[in-house]
Design a protein around this ligand. Structure first.
Ligand code: SF4
Length: 513
């Protein structure tokens, strides 16, 4: 199988950089449902641009290239050890060329292996089958949405929905609740795979396997088909919207599978995937390892074409104020901002994630952060031929992880703006008010769009934390984000969560009895 490594490298590259037609069609349909000029429409427009840019640049759609997870079907007699060796070699190569971010971290020491290999990474599932070809499917599912996966053990009590019993109606409630609890933090609008039954491990696996179904297929089980349709119709009535900005498009796909369980357990497991739904698949010749077909390349019938979706490049000028900020930013400029304002930043900003925030609690910063901007981002970086750093992908990461530190860090260093995605909690909101700072929500996953705003790399500190966790000092131009938490105690995230909870409660009464 001399061509195997090259075929696998092609699969990884295609998965990381080119969303399949069914996913693109779902994003288009979601975009068409949003009212032009709203924040959600702006977010979906940015997402659409980002999808195109990633394909054109052959660069990661999102900087978080996730946990590489392969499902491989092999004919009897094919050497699985050789396939594993070649998958690993292809992963290393894809990391070197910036198609994958180095994402494999030792759980005890925190050390990043640098090449995406490690204990249990990548994940490879094998199954034999009675076909002649090898079938390899890959999903790259990032941490932001993986962290919003959820498992319910029925019967249970659900916020807003009351008791969920061990029946189809209880399952319905769990699935609706899973969309509510994710809010915008998993980079909605999202896709969910649901696994009914199994044990805790196989239930989650079944849920993840549903993500390999095509968005527009129909479930062969009529009860589950009915459930999928119901969820698609009603989950969007929660009005969580893209990135949790509110709006009509919250969920783009729902696929449900079921398996047997033991009498004592009844699990409903939900795998939440962001809009950057990166899954591809190929069939390979067992003799040569060459690609014989692609599995997710066909255009779904009857969906909207790109040209039929109205462009919403900018937000409505009547309803939204646009403000330009240039760091260092004054407290006065920050206190003049309100939730809903669109901000464009030009100047220097600094990336910081979990390791940096933890470090800064007890140490000084290597650079002056007074009036500065911290960007929750773990970029994909490569060195060019002149040994200079190049930004390959740089979207925001989930901010809520920094909730224990953020307020203290803002106070200690005089930071005026925090950019991230998904919003932050009550402690940070109070800190923004007390110390005069704002939280800016960038569009999660728009890694190419934001990389394009970065005009230079001034330097980097803490490379020993690994590339994603290091503190990158970046120059940006017209970096656009939306004020979702201001210095007056207002939070769009808190408001959307409370409205969506009220709407969720409308689905309390039994539907499937
Ligand atoms: S789009 Fe959002 S949730 Fe998805 S991988 Fe990127 S940052 Fe994570």
């Amino acid at each position: 199988m001399r061509a195997l490594k090259e075929s696998l490298l092609e699969l990884i590259t295609e998965t990381s950089t080119n969303l399949p037609p069914d996913v693109r069609a779902a994003v288009r349909e979601g975009k068409a449902k949003e009212d032009a000029g709203t924040r959600s429409a702006l977010a979906l427009s940015t997402i659409s641009n980002n999808i195109t840019m990633a394909e054109e640049n052959v660069s990661p759609i999102c900087q978080d290239t996730g946990m590489p997870t392969f499902y491989v079907h092999v004919p009897v007699g094919v050497n699985q050890l050789e396939i594993t060796r070649q998958i690993k070699a292809a992963i290393v190569e894809a990391t070197k060329t910036g198609k994958l971010r180095p994402n494999s971290v030792d759980s005890l020491t925190g050390a990043n292996s640098g090449d995406n290999l490690g204990e249990g990474v990548p994940v490879i599932h094998y199954e034999q089958w009675e076909h002649d070809e090898i079938d390899v499917r890959l999903i790259l599912k990032g941490g932001g949405c993986e962290n919003k996966n959820i498992q319910y053990s029925l019967p249970c009590e659900l916020e807003g929905l009351g008791r969920a019993g061990r029946d189809l109606d209880g399952i319905r409630k769990c699935v609706l609740h899973s969309v509510y609890q994710a809010q915008g933090q998993g980079c909605s609008a999202g896709f969910i795979g649901v696994g009914i039954g199994g044990d805790r491990t196989t239930g989650y696996e079944l849920a993840k396997k549903q993500l390999f179904r095509k968005v527009y297929d129909t479930n062969a089980n009529p009860d589950l088909a009915k459930l999928e349709d119901y969820i698609m119709e009603h989950a969007n009535e929660l009005s969580i919207g893209t990135m949790g900005f509110g709006g009509n498009t919250t969920l783009l796909g729902c696929k449900v599978g079921s398996m047997h369980r033991i009498p004592a357990s009844f699990y409903v497991s939900v795998a939440y995937n962001c809009w950057a739904f990166r899954r591809q698949g190929v069939t390979l010749s067992p003799e040569t390892g060459e690609i014989t077909s692609w599995l997710y390349k066909d255009e779904p019938e009857g969906t909207l074409q790109e040209s039929s979706v109205e462009e919403t490049e900018s937000v409505s000028k009547e309803s939204v104020r646009e403000v330009v900020l240039t760091p260092p930013i004054s407290e006065e400029a920050i206190r003049s901002l309100k939730v809903g304002d669109v901000v464009t930043i030009t100047g220097g900003i600094h990336t910081g994630r979990d390791a940096l925030h933890k470090y800064l609690m007890d140490h000084d910063s290597p650079v002056d952060l007074t009036g500065g901007v911290i960007y929750h981002c773990g970029p994909v970086m490569l060195k060019d031929q002149d040994d200079k750093w190049e930004v390959k992908a740089a979207g925001p990461t989930t901010s809520i992880r920094e909730e224990p530190y953020q307020s203290d860090i803002i106070k200690k260093f005089g930071i005026r703006a925090v950019i991230g995605k998904g919003g932050m909690g009550a402690k940070t909101l109070a800190g923004l008010k007390d110390h005069g700072a704002v939280y800016l929500n960038a569009i999660g996953g728009a890694a190419q769009y934001y990389a394009d705003c970065i005009t230079g790399v001034d330097g980097v500190d803490f490379m020993d934390f690994g590339v994603p966790e290091a503190m990158w000092h970046l120059q940006v131009e017209k970096f656009t984000a939306i004020v979702t938490m201001d210095a007056h105690g207002n939070s769009l995230h808190r408001d959307v969560e409370s409205t969506s909870l009220e709407r969720l409660a409308k689905f309390k009464d039994p539907v499937f009895s």
